[in-house]
Write a protein that binds this ligand. Sequence first.
Ligand SMILES: [Zn+2]
Ligand SMILES: [Zn+2]
Length: 557
Amino acid sequence: MSGNNRDFVLLPLGGVGEIGMNLYLYGWGRGDERQWIMVDCGVMFGDDRTPGVEVILPDISFIEARKDKLLGIVITHAHEDHIGALPHLAHRLDAPVFATKFAAILIRHKLAEAAWEDDVELNIVTPGRPFVLGEIDIEYIPVTHSLPEPNSLLLRTPVGNVVHTGDWKIDETPSIPPQFSFERLREIGDEGVEALVCDSTNAHREGESLSEQDVEKSLERLIGEARGRVAVTTFSSHVGRIKAVSEAARKTGREVIVAGYSMRRVIEAARECGYLDSSHTFLEEDAYGYLPRDKTVLLCTGSQGEARAALSRVADGEHPCITLEEGDLVIFSSFTIPGNEKAVNHIINRLAARGIDIIRNTPETRVHTSGHPPRGDLKRYYELVRPRRLIPMHGEMYHMLEHVEFARAQGITETALLEDGKMLRIAPGPAKVIGEAPSGRLHVDGKLIVPAENGPVRARRKLSFVGVIVVSVALDAKGGVRGPAQLVADGLPEYAADGEVMEDILLDAADDAMDSLSRARRRNDEAVIEALRRALRRAAMLEWGKKPVVHVLVQRV
Ligand SMILES: [Zn+2]
Ligand SMILES: [Zn+2]
């Protein structure tokens, strides 16, 4: 095969057009010969629009059909939106997974919980030591973000260097090592960078990131001023913040108690990797009752209003060991992920109603800093690597549009706005969409993985608005009625406006519909089903003003 018409492409299957389920395929070669590298394999979380579904995965059918050409799954960092789909999907792909130690520990836990531990090869990568997959050289480049070991990736290809930023911000004084790799990125920029595939989450925000050190100082001041108990809630993987709370507690003479399984697991992983030494002690929940109020800091999960997390149970007074009372303080050392506002407000109101003080992040309180780059940080990254072209990722359409506009204003004239499922030729340039692949979402529904589109959730969502009527009629082969109709209505009001029982009204409507059908028509199941369905929907509309889902069962006896 001639080398001239091979190219390097990017095909996102998730993460472009949404914040979540990051999954980027990079391909080198030509047509069916192309070899693929997957970068990240994350989830998104369900919301009101996906009743019964908490976890959403990207549709991987494209790469699953070519898994013999998938050389590896390269993980940038350990957030759920980058690793969360591995326990659901990795065993279907037969490809080795690469991750740094901290991420690998958490991935191994997840695979073990899903009982796929023995089916997925997991390799630990050391940043700064490149490795090769096919003809692509891959180097992890440490950056700063909101958990240990976030990395940008240098993909050194036969047609030039591509930098995939992963999630990042610039923090010159992070609370845990390593430092942001200014020098290495500048060297790569000197070598030349064909394309920068870059985090867009905060591309609409001006300014530069606040450092973790600033947040630590705020926490120390607030905890120092508090008279009662202090609870700090944050993202469970945010080891830097966990460490900051521990430092603040030590300086103010308090002990830290950790509530929340996921946070304890992260603390163990952080200890194993050396990010928390023995000077940071975290007590178990059962120590809570023995400590004086002003000697306690509770560190807990639930900053997003998650119903099963520690904070929600504390707010309801339902936690077995932990209580808060009037005069205690809860600090939300977090921001509310869009979509979670209602759940968070619900918790805040329940805490406030009990006289508990609440501090959220504002420009004055400075109790949180985002892990993603605002414009000031983006500008500095561009200046380090000086890319020929910019491809926004990790953002909703609005974030990516803002990113493109900002990059152009900074002199990066070639940009490419992608969508999930679009295959972009990155190099040799110019960047151009050259193909499409099936993309979409999968729902984790109980033990099963089902399609999001036309899957069971669609019917479930409809039912959540209108309820369901099931009616059963018994007929003989000649169309004679053999007994009264039976009916169950679920999710409908019990009584009509005049006080009559709704099910009685509906049964009458069913009986009338049967009476008005000729015996000949009653011999036809379809005709019976249709007549009853219409009659019940009409009756419900008349009495209730809504049309429920109606199921008709015809038994021939
Ligand atoms: Zn992310
Ligand atoms: Zn992240």
